[in-house]
Write a protein that binds this ligand. Structure first.
Ligand code: AMP
Length: 221
């Protein structure tokens, strides 16, 4: 099997994982795999997976490990993942990390990067987030507003507020992050794969620092 660059971004809701995963996709020529995007897409298309996941996603809980592990295991078999991929929102807990770890080969180069953020500022960031319903481009009414209100500057699609970006659900998602996902940092630190980048820095600097961290942790890369 070819050597793959496998990048995992960890950070609370609103830390910029989705935005940065998209930028890394371009910078590294690796596909972004976002379990949140895949679930939202399944929900909007009303597939069996979407029907099963909708209530959980809307309430800010985690979809079952078996379902998400299966979705990712299938996705990473695709030809575009041959050289590697950038994971956004997966693994989300230690059990998913263990399952995912079993799918890695000895030659795979794993970079796990935590986006360090000031959690007090995340709720405001998320309530101002708008996402393009067509291409998934992410805007922020304060820090990155669209040129024309409500319209994606990239594809002309309608900008929407995610149904789970309301203050009550955001607070629940933060609690889920602390209980379920934060332990992953310790898990990967123990494995020697973890590094941290300042997620509150200007958006271009965050991307540059992520690329630097990935190149630094990838021998020969
Ligand atoms: P995100 O776009 O990453 O914020 O994910 C949105 C929602 O999708 C989460 O609040 C969960 O309900 C669900 N979700 C995304 N990724 C996972 C995952 N790896 N495990 C379980 N649920 C997930």
């Amino acid at each position: 099997m070819a050597v793959r660059d496998v990048i995992i971004l960890i950070g609370p809701p609103g830390s910029g994982k989705g935005t940065q995963a998209k930028r890394l996709e371009n910078a590294l020529s690796l596909p972004k795999i976002s379990t949140g995007d895949m679930l939202r897409d399944a929900i909007s298309r009303r597939t069996a997976l979407g029907m099963e996941a909708k209530r959980t996603v809307d309430s800010g809980g985690l979809v079952s490990d078996d379902v998400v592990n299966g979705v990712v295991a299938e996705r990473i078999q695709a030809a575009d993942c041959r050289d590697g991929f950038v994971l956004d929102g997966y693994p989300r807990n230690v059990s998913q990390a263990e399952a995912f770890g079993r799918s890695l080969g000895a030659g795979d180069r794993l970079s796990v990067i935590e986006l360090g953020v000031d959690t007090d500022r995340l709720v405001a960031r998320l309530t101002r987030r708008r996402t393009c319903g067509s291409c998934g481009e992410i805007y922020n009414l304060e820090s990155r507003p669209p040129e024309v209100a409500g319209v994606c500057g990239r594809c002309g699609g309608d900008l929407v507020r995610r149904s789970d970006d309301t203050e009550a659900v955001i607070r629940g998602r933060m609690d889920v992050y602390r209980a379920e996902t934060e332990p992953l940092v310790r898990f990967y630190r123990g494995n020697g794969h973890h590094s941290q980048v300042d997620g509150m820095a200007p958006i271009d600097d965050v991307t540059d620092n992520l690329v630097g961290a990935i190149r630094g942790s990838a021998p020969g890369g």
